[in-house]
Design a protein. Structure first.
Length: 131
């Protein structure tokens, strides 16, 4: 009987290889556990620009979606802001506001291409419904 108790005491405790909780992705990315509760392994995870651990597949889809939808408009806005002919108006806190003049410059810079992903072409000038 004493031998049976000794055998039971030496039995190894089973530790889960599945990471759970708020830090699950970090634990898997570090290599402490094999996969997350949702099934993501270390090969499925990457760090983004902000340092957050995200899914590789979801990150690639988001980058692709950004490139085909908003990127052109953002580039045109930055170009309109950076031109010397359109000074920014500043509020008391030092924050910049995007004036109507800059909006119209952006619109003309982009022309018909700012909605190239959806196929909806505009005339190049903002209409009253677009404002």
């Amino acid at each position: 009987m004493a031998a049976m108790k000794a055998m039971r005491a030496m039995k190894k405790k089973a530790v889960s290889k599945i990471a759970k909780g708020k830090m699950a992705r970090a634990v898997v990315f570090r290599g402490t556990k094999k996969k997350t509760y949702t099934g993501l392994t270390k090969g499925d995870l990457i760090k983004n620009k902000q340092g957050k651990i995200v899914s590789k597949k979801a990150s690639a889809l988001a980058k692709k979606r950004y490139a085909t939808s908003v990127k052109g408009w953002n580039v045109a806005v930055q170009k309109a802001i950076s031109t010397k002919s359109s000074p920014l108006t500043t509020s008391g806190a030092g924050a910049t506001t995007f004036s109507f003049r800059q909006f119209s410059m952006t619109w003309t810079t982009m022309g018909k291409n700012w909605r190239h992903s959806t196929g909806a072409a505009s005339s190049g000038t903002p209409s009253s419904s677009a404002l």
